[in-house]
Design a protein around this ligand. Structure first.
Ligand code: CP
Length: 292
C-alpha cells in the first residue's frame, strides 16, 4: 500500500512517471483506467481548487468519488477523526484524500494502514499534489529543463504548506530556491532570504507568490495590507519587461499578492496551474491506485 504524505515518498522514477502520464493525459483524454475504484475526499478545511481538481481527476479516469462533508457528518456529534476515518475505511474505498489543519494528520492516518491516504494539504507542513503540479507547470515553461533556474517564493512563506512541499521538491529537482518576505512571514530555513523583492528581480526566473494566510495567524501581522502590497505585490511596474514566470497556488488576494493587470499577463500561469492540477492528480491517482 503506498500513501502520499509528501513528495519525498516518491522516487525520482515515480515523479518522472507522474510527469509523463500527466503530459499524456493533457494531450489526449485517457480511457477509464479507474472505473472500478471508489475514492473518498475528506476535507476538514475549505478548498476550491484541490477538492474539485481531485474530483474531476477521479471522474475523468472513471472512479466513483464520494465527497465526505464534515459539517454534515457525525463529527458534529463528537466522533473523533480516527473513528471517522476508520468508519469510512470499513466501507472499503480504494483511497481517501484528506485535508486537515494539523501537520501530522495524513501520516497518522497512513500509519493505520487500512486504505491508501493522499494528502490534499496539511497545516503548514505539506501539500504534495500542489508541489507536483507547480513543478509540472515549471517544466512545461522551461521545455523540460528547469535545473539551475532560480525560483523566488514571495509572501507568507512561514504559514504555507505549498511553500514547504515546494521547497523540498524544487530543490530535489535542481532548482535554486530563494525566499522573499517581511520578517513576520520568514521561516527559519537555511535558504537565501531577502526582505526586498525589487532587489532580486533581475536574477529570478520564476516568482511563486503566496497569499497571507490570515486564518493561520494567531495575531494580525499587519494593520493593513496596502503597505505590504506596496513592497510585495507582483505588478506590471515591478516586473517591467523581465521574462519571469509568475505563479500562485491560489486563492489570490488581488492587488495584494498579484495585481489585476499581471493576472491577465501571459507571463502569469495561475489558471494554467489549475488546469495542470487535474492532469497531475490523474497521474497521481493512476500511480497510487493502479501501478504501485
Ligand atoms: N491551492 C489550494 O490548495 O487551493 P484550495 O485551498 O482552493 O484547494
Amino acid at each position: 500500500m503506498q500513501h502520499l504524505v509528501d513528495t519525498d515518498q516518491f522516487s525520482l522514477a515515480q515523479i518522472a512517471q507522474i510527469i509523463e502520464d500527466a503530459n499524456t493525459f493533457k494531450l489526449k483524454r485517457p480511457p477509464l483506467l479507474l472505473r472500478d475504484k471508489v475514492i473518498v475526499t475528506l476535507f476538514f478545511e475549505k478548498s476550491t481548487r484541490t477538492r474539485s481538481s481531485f474530483e474531476i481527476a477521479g471522474k475523468r479516469l472513471g472512479a466513483a468519488m464520494v465527497l465526505f462533508d464534515p459539517s454534515r457528518s457525525s463529527t458534529g456529534k463528537g466522533e473523533t477523526l480516527e473513528d471517522t476515518f476508520a468508519t469510512l475505511c470499513a466501507m472499503e474505498p480504494d483511497a481517501v484524500i484528506v485535508r486537515h489543519s494539523e501537520n501530522s494528520t495524513p501520516q497518522m492516518l497512513a500509519d493505520m494502514q487500512v486504505t491508501p491516504v493522499i494528502n490534499a494539504g496539511a497545516g503548514n507542513y505539506a501539500h504534495p499534489t500542489q508541489a507536483l503540479l507547480d513543478y509540472f507547470t515549471i517544466l512545461e515553461h522551461f521545455d523540460g529543463e528547469p535545473r539551475g533556474k532560480t525560483l523566488a517564493i514571495v509572501g507568507d512563506v512561514v504559514s504555507s504548506r505549498v511553500a514547504s512541499s515546494g521547497i523540498r521538491l524544487f530543490m530535489r529537482m535542481g532548482l535554486n530556491v530563494i525566499l522573499v518576505a517581511p520578517p513576520q512571514f520568514m521561516p527559519e530555513l537555511d535558504l537565501p532570504k531577502y526582505t526586498s523583492l525589487d532587489e532580486v528581480l533581475d536574477r529570478v526566473d520564476v516568482i511563486m507568490s503566496l497569499r497571507a494566510q490570515l486564518e493561520r495567524h494567531e495575531v494580525p501581522h499587519f494593520d493593513n495590507y496596502e503597505a505590504y502590497a506596496s513592497q510585495y505585490c507582483i505588478t506590471e511596474e515591478r516586473l517591467g519587461s523581465r521574462d519571469i514566470l509568475v505563479m500562485h497556488p491560489g486563492p489570490v488576494m488581488r492587488n495584494i499578492d498579484i495585481s489585476d493587470a499581471v493576472l491577465e499577463d501571459p507571463r502569469c500561469k495561475v489558471l494554467e496551474q489549475v488546469k495542470n492540477g487535474v492532469y497531475v492528480r490523474m497521474a497521481i491517482l493512476k500511480l497510487l491506485l493502479l501501478d504501485a
